[in-house]
Design a protein around this ligand. Structure first.
Ligand code: UD1
Ligand code: UDP
Length: 386
């Protein structure tokens, strides 16, 4: 049999690993293709943690993260290092996922080497170049560089068709995050209770652990926030809202795994570190995070991935952003776009906490992001084209 064709699967940050693991595992089953996981190392600890959750490790790690890195320096380092890697290894194709700096610079590096690129989770748009920043532009600039566009929904397909991307290069597959989530949910559900392990690994304070995690029926909200366009004033607003939320609802807690970016950690720790009902904890491994999404009352988040995942676990999401490139969740009603204004956050949280019928309605809506077979569809396209 002839040698399998190498497909380089690039990941630089936590969400890319989570959303590419299902693709990598699926390509491992191919009779004609051989995946190679290339880490740019844009993230370090959070990347290792995400790989670990899937019992995977990168085949090659460029280890490019620098503390407090800026966009220009990071882009230049990824472009050069991925370019050197591709020049030496000359794979048959490169796959990138999403909208990070690693994605844009890797797609450019592949293009310069004349290697075809596939974009997983293509076609998401706000058409506001500053929101999300810089992700909207990263995702848009990648599109014309690619041979394959793997689209999560029909909406993302219409976006690309309106930008004159050829129809035969567009493949609606669903979002690979649902494949990864279902896989991880199966793993987590088959195990014994995780409460003790989660509390220890995330360093959840004892009082929060006994009052909320171990107390059946106690309601707590899962929070994540890290977006660059919220750094500064947006984070002050978010912190103000979270404090107001627990003050207004004396029986409710907040659990917030804090992103490692110092521009996030500093304001959050300074402004919320002293409240007994707000647990500021370490970033969670994906298996623990899936468990947390399953246990929380609802999610309050600016994360792209959480907007797609939490509704599959029956949890409404309040999205702390002014725009979203994921309108499908908003249309379906699983996600509500509320920005970072504290009054709005408090008002919308109050609805979910106090209106049981509305909570039930929103937690039972169908998730529009996929059926768990996206990676299989991607494999099929690549096998027929390569
Ligand atoms: C990046 C992506 C963003 C994505 C997010 C996922 C860009 C421009 N931003 O944002 O789209 O939603 O990842 O989480 O590509 N750090 C660590 N250890 C880690 C990870 C980060 O210490 O494992 C710290 C470092 O000081 C690093 C900083 O966080 O310099 C920022 O990391 P970076 O990847 O540039 O930005 P994120 O805000 O994580
Ligand atoms: N996630 C995780 N641990 C955490 C927070 C998030 O594993 O402490 C997962 C989450 O389930 C989702 C992904 O990481 O799959 C989202 O990553 P992030 O919010 O960093 O980036 P975004 O999705 O906004 O690009």
């Amino acid at each position: 049999m002839s040698e399998k064709k190498k497909v380089v699967v690039v990941a630089g940050t936590r969400p890319e690993v989570i959303k590419m693991s299902s693709v990598y595992m699926e390509l491992k089953n191919s009779e004609t293709l051989e995946p190679v996981f290339l880490s740019t190392g844009q993230h370090r600890e959070m990347l290792a943690q995400a790989f670990g959750a899937f019992d995977l490790a990168p085949d090659h790690d460029l280890r490019l993260m620098q503390p407090g890195q800026d966009l220009t320096g990071l882009t230049a380092r990824v472009l050069q290092a991925v370019g050197d890697y591709l020049k030496e290894h000359q794979p048959a194709a490169v796959l990138v996922q999403g909208d990070t700096t690693s994605v844009l610079a890797s797609a450019m590096a592949a293009f310069y080497q004349g290697i075809p690129v596939g974009h997983v989770e293509a076609g998401l748009r706000t058409y506001n170049m500053y929101s999300p920043w810089p992700e909207e532009m990263n995702r848009r600039l990648v599109s014309p560089l690619c041979r394959w566009h793997f689209l999560p929904t029909e909406t993302s397909q219409s976006n690309l068709l309106s930008e004159r991307i050829p129809a035969d290069a567009c493949h609606v597959t669903g979002n690979t995050v649902i494949d990864s989530l279902l896989w991880m949910r199966g793993k987590v559900n088959s195990e014994e209770d995780r409460t003790k392990g989660v509390a220890e690994r995330l360093k959840v304070p004892d009082s929060f652990r006994t009052n909320f995690l171990e107390e059946v029926g106690k309601r707590w909200i899962l929070v994540t926030a890290h977006r660059r366009e919220s750094h500064g004033g947006g984070f002050d607003d978010i912190c103000h809202a979270l404090r107001g939320l627990v003050e207004a609802h004396p029986d409710v807690g907040i659990l917030y795994p804090v992103h490692l970016n110092p521009a996030v950690r500093k304001p959050v720790m300074e402004q919320l570190g002293d409240n007994e009902r707000i647990a500021l904890v370490e970033p969670a491994g994906y298996e623990d995070f899936v468990w947390l999404m399953n246990r929380c009352y609802f999610a309050l988040s600016d994360s792209g991935g959480v907007q797609e995942e939490a509704p599959s676990l029956g949890k409404p999401v309040l999205v702390m952003r002014e725009t979203t490139e994921r309108p499908e969740g908003v249309v379906a009603g699983t996600c509500l776009l509320i920005g970072t204004n504290p009054e709005r956050i408090l008002a919308e949280a109050k609805v979910l906490l106090e209106d049981a019928n509305e909570y039930q309605r929103r937690s039972q809506l169908k998730n529009p992001y996929g059926d768990g077979k996206a990676a299989e569809r991607i494999r099929t396209v690549l096998e027929s084209d390569l």
